[in-house]
Write a protein that binds this ligand. Sequence first.
Ligand code: FE
Length: 187
Amino acid sequence: MNETGKLKRFTDQMTALTTRGGDDPTLIEGARELMKALVGADDWLSDEMAQPHPSHYRQYLLYRDPDERFVVVSFVWGPGQHAPVHDHTVWGVIGMLRGAERTLSYDFQNGHLLRGTEARLEPGDVEAVGPGIGDIHQVSNAYEDRVSISIHCYGADIGRVRRHVYDPDSAAVKEFVSGYANTASHT
Ligand code: FE
């Protein structure tokens, strides 16, 4: 099956899932299963949606539900690149497609940023984030010498969601909107 086929199967199934509806745990459970199938083989993502930027990570919008109930994004890490500590404010499911990621989870309580557990995602691995299940983390490419790519599905148009980055030293919180590399809304 080509890119259109595998991605379309995923978005069709996500459309059915979000149409049936339910609470976040129900949607996350369903999305995890579908994501597991999507990242089961690294043979469908187009080169265009897999291009790293020389100085920072990139997010390409692969699909946006017309009713904005979910989006699918490819997250492309150049060698050694990392993201700041950030939250999402909506549920998200992350599937590792190529290379590997290191994630460090945090909790924010009473103005303090508390460091949690560290994990490493290998191809085929799936994890979830969101309010109530751990929404703050710092992510980096586990490799210094190659590109890594994960596929993300969020329960909103994440590129337009107002969310937060945290300074791990001072715990200062700043609002941000991430945008997408391949749309006019990129900031
Ligand atoms: Fe994240």
